[in-house]
Design a protein around this ligand. Structure first.
Ligand SMILES: [Fe+2]
Length: 112
């Protein structure tokens, strides 16, 4: 998860900060990654038997699902501002950096 977030921030969000149309999505996405990181760290501090574990897990789940939903819109906006060459370059950089995920098999999520 952390590799994925760093790859996304470095190779996807960062170039999109340059465009007026996608700067808001980029900044918001990075901020949400930080919230997700905080929830994961919070969860790491709790035992599963702790009564708060399920509450924190639910908050994490809600935030991740919300983030994924917003990213769908973000990918569409990115598709408008990026050239095909830029899109291919971004996917290649993400694939090279984060080898834990087979992004080619996630073509639906990363179609932009
Ligand atoms: Fe993300």
């Amino acid at each position: 998860m952390e590799n994925h977030a760093v790859a996304e921030e470095r190779y996807f969000y960062a170039p999109l900060i340059k465009f007026e149309r996608t700067i808001g999505h980029s900044r918001h996405g990075i901020a949400e990654h930080h919230v997700i990181d905080k929830r994961i760290a919070e969860l790491d501090q709790l035992e599963m038997s702790d009564p708060n574990w399920l509450k924190v897990m639910k908050k994490l789940q809600d935030k991740v699902l919300h983030h994924l939903e917003e990213e769908r819109e973000f990918f569409q906006q990115a598709g408008v501002v990026l050239t095909d060459k830029q899109k291919i370059g971004i996917l290649a950089e993400i694939n090279d950096f984060d080898t834990e995920v087979d992004y080619a098999s996630l073509s639906l999520q990363y179609t932009f």
